[in-house]
Design a protein around this ligand. Structure first.
Ligand code: FAD
Length: 380
């Protein structure tokens, strides 16, 4: 099967699930601002959290996992970017770390149930004082008999209040930067772990975002993620790069939803005796929106195809995130303009698309940090 047919065969059933199951609930989920447990389990039971993984851990062993997971993120975000953000975490960063650097016990206890949607995972690096400068984090891992003791706090952790297990990045030597960072799997039932609070947001309401506290959490040695060479964290940095492609896909799906809503509305809303879509000014806006979506789509799937081919993606993943996150944010702004006053009303989803379009600009590294990455690649 050629790439296009293969991708469409993968996309069709998930697009149908989004139309039939997610879209009818999307507004209510946004309004409630709660993590959608039932839908999350339902999607897990369908096997979608295993798209990136081989069969031996319960994955779906698709031929081009990065492209397929990109399509999954895009389609889900077309329904609800908030829901899609939690899935993206579950099917990628939160599970990838265990698959790559976890021992068989960790795979069996956390990874396999997570791929079935029975356990929820999270990944916590960001701290109140360490965002873009993640290597300056302060959560401390101290050697104790039989393992490590974790002390510190994390912020903005996606799936944080509902997680069963969290990959926590901590420093073994404060002040030593990225070289001293290690990764640990923390079971959220362990003593000393606590959810500080669930954070209330302006955007992606049904994505769960938490502040977490670690007060002397004992982590046994077998819950440390270990790489063959160097710290697991430095190896994991590569997986954070891949996530930029998936975040770009989240932006693209949400942008597509905004475009389709605006196109429909332009055909229905009449002013001066004709549909507003007959005015050239509105048509040009829709064409500009379409052009931005195409740029986002090409950049995102190009980066995913390189990842599937095992090629370097540092530049392309950062570029995809810049092009898709910024471009689709503008698409949402233009959609709001086409809706006029109705765009501001909660009964139309276009205000949700605009609010949610801020998340891909920040999650996984801000646009400026992406530009820094590309500038370094260009030796500027
Ligand atoms: C909804 C949501 C979910 C998230 N989920 C997770 C998660 O699951 N796990 C996790 O660990 N983190 C998560 N994050 C954190 C996210 O990765 C950080 O918010 C992001 O990396 C930016 O960090 P910051 O918010 O501290 O901003 P800051 O680093 O304080 O940046 C503030 C501003 O300064 C600019 N800036 C900073 N440094 C530079 C520089 N060197 N050059 C130019 N400009 C610079 C930035 O571009 C930005 O405009 C999430 C964030 C959000 C909002």
């Amino acid at each position: 099967m050629d790439l296009h047919s293969e991708l469409e065969a993968f996309r069709a059933p998930i697009a149908r699930w989004v139309d039939e199951r997610l879209l009818p609930q999307a507004e209510a989920l946004d309004e409630a601002g709660e993590f959608p447990h039932a839908l999350f389990r339902e999607l897990g039971a369908l096997g979608y959290y295993g798209v990136m993984y081989p069969e031996d851990v319960g994955g779906s062993a698709v031929e081009r996992p990065y492209t397929a997971f990109t399509a999954l993120c895009e389609e889900l975000a077309r329904g609800s970017l908030g829901f899609a953000a939690g899935v993206c975490m579950q099917g990628s960063t939160a599970t990838h770390t265990i698959h790559q650097w976890g021992n068989p016990m960790l795979r069996e206890r956390y990874l396999e149930p997570a791929l079935r949607g029975e356990k929820i995972g999270a990944f916590a690096i960001t701290e109140p004082n360490a965002g873009s400068d993640a290597a300056s984090l302060r959560t401390r891992a101290t050697r104790v008999e039989g393992g490590w003791r974790l002390d510190g706090s994390k912020i903005f952790t996606t799936n944080g209040t509902v997680a069963d297990f969290i990959t926590v990045v901590a420093t073994t030597e404060p002040g030593k930067g990225a070289k001293a960072l290690e990764m640990f799997i923390v079971d959220t039932t362990w003593p000393g772990f606590r959810v500080g609070r669930r954070l209330d947001k302006f955007s992606v309401h049904c994505s769960d975002t938490a502040e977490l506290a670690f007060d002397g959490v004992f982590v046994p040695d077998d819950h440390q993620l270990v790489a063959e060479s160097g710290s697991a964290f430095l190896n994991a940095y590569q997986s954070l790069t891949v996530d930029r492609i998936f975040t770009a896909a989240l932006a693209l799906g949400n942008g597509r939803a905004a475009f389709e809503a605006a196109r429909r509305y332009a055909g229905e809303r009449e002013q001066f005796g004709q549909p507003i879509g007959k005015f050239q000014a509105v048509q040009f806006k829709l064409v500009d929106m379409y052009a931005k979506l195409e740029q986002a789509r090409l950049a995102t799937y190009h980066a995913a195809a390189l990842a599937d081919a095992g090629k370097p993606i540092t530049t392309e993943a950062a570029l995809a995130k810049i092009v898709a996150a910024d471009g689709c944010h503008e698409v949402c702004q233009m959609a709001m303009d086409i809706f006029g006053g109705y765009g501001l009303m909660k009964e139309y989803p276009v205000q949700r698309y605009l609010r949610d379009s801020y998340f891909p600009r920040i999650g996984g590294g801000t646009g400026d940090i992406m530009r820094l990455v590309v500038a370094r690649q260009l030796n500027l």
